[in-house]
Ligand binder design. Structure first.
Ligand code: ATP
Ligand code: MG
Length: 321
């Protein structure tokens, strides 16, 4: 292992440990969030209320020395409410830019499906370009700008579910489940004691393992992790197979291929290796593909799930030796 990948491995391990002082369990979720951050991508976060979605993103920001903001999406939220606007200042007799909450590093976009399409689009465009345009003037966003978007899972009138084309902009879908019994017991005890998760985060016991300016170098170091060409072809084949599956109406596009390979490479780094294995790719197939596939209605009615389709595809495509 080279010195660089060794350092990457150390920092990832430290970040995981520091986040783990606040967030109980959820190891896979923490790893996936770190993968999105270290590859410079964005995540769709799903989970019932109260599973610590907000606390997770706040803690990650603290541990990686990044700024954090949250936007609650609502039906009356306008693009200017998130990107900002020029306001006329009477004293100075000029327009002054008031930057919106999007000018941050880690942005929690809560219940993104409650805002109308034009507001969602403003966010999605900013995610892609890391730029916003206000009155024809372009402003760069932080190079570490990372969106964690949650969707309100309860479908009710007045929500605007993200179209698949827009979900494609998110590298991974991260599902957060309720804690295991022993974890919930730990949470319960800590809540009654002096070391509740929030108190721990506020206490200074959680260290920042790097500063915001180090993230770029760490991203570059991922380039030192090797992936055999057979594995690249394996990833491509997995994604292409989604388009040929009889139960799939809309398969995953080429952005899914990019996401799968970049995520697998970061997963290898998380595991402390400087080379990618087939298992890294397999492990990322679910979180990369799940939000990008649409089932044919007749298969959906039969009760087939997207997770099952992905499992089938993983069995079908030959793994390189
Ligand atoms: N795995 C966990 N680790 C640490 N704290 C947890 C965990 N699960 C739940 N909690 C606790 O649950 C509370 C709710 O967390 P948080 O507000 O982050 O949830 P949320 O998923 O954002 O909820 P909502 O969907 O309502 O916004 C926090 O007080 C936190 O202490
Ligand atoms: Mg929340």
């Amino acid at each position: 292992m080279t010195q660089k990948t060794e350092r990457l491995k150390d920092i990832l391990a430290q970040a995981r440990a520091e986040v783990g002082k606040v967030i109980i369990g959820q190891g896979e979720v923490i790893d996936r969030a770190l993968i999105c951050i270290f590859t410079g991508q964005h995540a769709l976060v799903e989970g019932v209320p109260g599973v610590a979605k907000t606390l997770l993103v706040r803690t990650l920001a603290h541990v990686l020395g990044c700024e954090f903001s949250r936007i609650q999406f609502t039906p009356d939220l306008m693009p200017a409410d998130i990107i900002g606007t020029n306001i006329f200042n009477l004293q100075r007799n000029e327009f002054i830019l008031v930057k919106g909450p999007i000018f941050t590093s880690f942005l929690l976009a809560d219940e993104i499906n409650r805002a109308p399409a034009k507001t969602q689009s403003a966010l999605l465009q900013a995610m892609q370009e890391r730029l916003v345009t206000i009155d024809r003037e372009t402003h760069p966003l932080s190079p570490n700008f990372t969106v964690f978007a949650t969707q309100n899972p309860i479908e009710y009138e007045g929500t605007y579910p993200l179209p698949e084309a827009q979900k494609d902009r998110f590298m991974l879908k991260i599902s957060m489940n309720a804690p295991e019994r022993d974890e919930e017991l730990t949470l319960a005890r800590r809540t009654l004691g002096a070391d509740s998760p929030e108190a721990t985060l506020a206490s200074g016991a959680v260290k920042a393992v790097i500063g915001a300016e180090d993230l770029r170098t760490m991203r570059e170091e991922l380039g030192g992790i090797t992936m055999r060409d057979e594995l690249v072809a394996y990833g491509v084949e997995l994604v292409r197979t989604t388009r040929a599956n009889e139960s799939v109406l809309v398969g995953a596009g080429p952005r899914a291929t990019q996401s799968l390979l970049l995520a697998a490479r970061a997963a290898a780094a998380m595991a402390g290796r400087d080379f990618v294995t087939p298992d890294d790719i397999k492990a990322m197939a679910g979180p990369v593909l799940e939000h990008r596939l649409i089932l044919r209605p007749e298969f959906e009615i039969e009760g087939l799930s997207i997770a099952e389709v992905i499992r089938g595809i993983l069995e079908q495509v030959a793994v390189p030796r």
